[in-house]
Design a protein around this ligand. Structure first.
Ligand SMILES: NC(=O)c1ccc[n+]([C@@H]2O[C@H](COP(=O)([O-])OP(=O)(O)OC[C@H]3O[C@@H](n4cnc5c(N)ncnc54)[C@H](O)[C@@H]3O)[C@@H](O)[C@H]2O)c1
Length: 465
């Protein structure tokens, strides 16, 4: 039986960091080393003040404080950590390709291949290699190919163990996952490798929640799970537009259908659109894979989820313009929220970025407040789009650490993230300091509409007439 005593995880990002922290906490007998090429990121993970770690997740800094230096280590010494480990997790980024074949759709597997080559190069003992990153179905065969041609004589088993945590609730999700999925080969060695990983999770996850499958099912299940989740958001968002035309109320429709046990209540909240690093990337990847097998109808079906999401962001921005007498030129629009969802500092693919971009084309002046996102991140996100010169982004957008300052003298307020603190603000004070009519565009259906209307605000929510 393979007994794991040392784990290495390549990639200290939003998945590698929290996932390994929880494994280290639950398995004090295993040494867990998380490595990354990004020196700044590793230095932040090692910051003596755990409030400064690079990933904000409720409860994470406390667990890092408990396990770091005991059996949890963050390091840039990638080769050493791989070499000493019995099990190596690959948790590096797999973004959408920005060049060449499959541009804008396929997953860029450059970093995955680099990891496989590095593991092949430095390993002096047999290892189990675990795909933690989200990967196109059949990636394991490429990794295996690279690892079996090393000539070192070392044996490698490849497992797929996709991560289902949601940012914002990562620690909760890791402590009590709905399920853990492990895919591997059906050979004796494959089964033994799967068992070794099952044994790690079994330290805290009930055995019946640890599912084992063949490796291709495991790889494809992760893309499928994200596609289904995003599809629910786009489904409800598509109907929010119909509600606005018909005086139906999307929150009432959501409640009515969500109480059907076959449908269930989760992921039925209408909003300005989904964001995050995964949903769009994974669906595009699914679309690309389907097309590459000639499955045109399958590809078109899933692509529609993205089309509706883009439409929802654009229509939110257009509503702000329309209500502002068809021009936002020179008008101050306050953005409350920039992160793609509450309780995270992650802004990747956040709806706020695209709404801001649209309004900047119309010469709006935007002021952003987000409790966890830094000014440099906001500018970085806008510059990344390459819609205009970086100086123009800095001219059009200001970032402040005071929400009242953000809203002062604004023509309109747009809620882009569902941070709880927005509900607790002194909205009378905000109203008094705004230009009139004072418009609030609630892209998250977060605020108490009746209360705001009583103060004097004009409020536009998603999915109500
Ligand atoms: N973010 C999520 O909520 C989430 C959830 C489930 C799955 N995933 C998947 O997990 C994977 C990682 O996502 P993430 O959000 O943690 O990404 P991330 O960008 O936050 O982190 C990836 C890290 O890997 C490092 N890296 C890249 N190549 C490296 C190499 N050769 N050696 C050492 N370090 C290297 C990068 O420097 C970066 O710090 C992706 O495939 C993603 O789709 C993400």
């Amino acid at each position: 039986m393979t007994k794991i005593t040392k784990i290495c995880c390549i990639g200290a990002g939003y998945v590698g960091g929290p996932t390994m922290t929880v494994i280290a906490k639950k398995c004090p007998h295993i040494k867990v080393t998380v490595v990354d090429l990004n020196e700044e990121r590793i230095a932040a993970w090692n910051d003596p003040d755990t409030n400064n770690i690079p990933v904000f997740e409720p409860g994470l800094s406390e667990v890092v404080a408990e396990a770091r230096g005991r059996n949890l280590f963050f390091s840039t010494a990638v080769d050493e950590a791989i070499d000493e480990a019995d099990m190596v997790f690959i948790s590096v980024n797999t973004p959408t390709k920005t060049y060449g074949a499959g541009i804008g759709q396929a997953a860029d597997l450059k970093w995955i291949e680099l990891c496989a080559r590095q593991i092949a190069r430095v390993s002096k003992t047999d290892k189990i290699v675990v795909e933690k990153s989200t990967l196109p179905v059949r990636t394991a065969s490429a990794i295996k190919d690279i690892l079996t041609h090393t000539g070192s004589g070392c044996k490698f088993q490849i497992l797929s163990n996709p991560e289902f945590l949601a940012e914002g609730t990562a620690i909760e999700d890791l402590n009590a996952p709905d399920r853990v999925l492990i895919g591997g080969d059906s050979t004796e060695e494959g089964k033994e490798a799967m068992q070794a990983l099952v044994d790690i999770y079994a330290n805290w996850v009930p055995r019946e929640r640890i599912l084992t499958t063949n490796i291709w099912s495991s790889e494809l299940s992760k893309l499928t799970a994200n596609a289904f989740l995003a599809q629910r958001v786009s489904s409800i968002n598509s109907l929010s537009e119909l509600c606005e035309k018909t005086e139906a109320d999307i929150s009432e429709v959501s409640r009515a259908i969500g109480t059907d046990s076959r449908i269930g209540p989760k992921f039925l909240k209408a909003s300005v659109g989904f964001g995050g690093s995964c949903f769009q990337k994974d669906i595009l990847n699914l679309v690309y894979i389907a097309r590459s097998y000639g499955l045109q109808e399958v590809a078109d079906y899933w692509e529609q989820v993205i089309i509706i999401n883009d439409h929802q962001k654009k229509r939110f921005a257009n509503e702000i313009i329309r209500t502002s007498y068809n021009t936002v030129n020179g008008k101050k629009i306050a953005f409350l929220g920039w992160a793609f969802k509450k309780d995270t500092n992650d802004t990747r693919e956040s709806a706020a970025i695209y709404v801001a971009d649209h309004l900047l084309f119309e010469q709006a002046k935007i002021t952003v407040y987000d409790p966890k996102v830094q000014e440099s991140q906001v500018y970085g996100d806008l510059d990344y789009l390459r819609s205009r010169d970086p100086q123009e982004n800095r001219f059009g957008v200001k970032v402040t650490s005071d929400p009242y300052e953000a809203c002062k003298d604004a023509h309109a307020i747009a809620i882009l993230t569902e941070w709880d603190e927005f509900k607790t603000y002194d909205w009378q004070r905000i109203y008094d300091n705004m230009l009139k009519p004072a418009n609030v565009f609630d892209g998250r259906n977060l605020l108490d509409v009746e209360k705001l209307k009583a103060i004097g605000f004009q409020v536009k929510s998603i999915g109500t007439a």
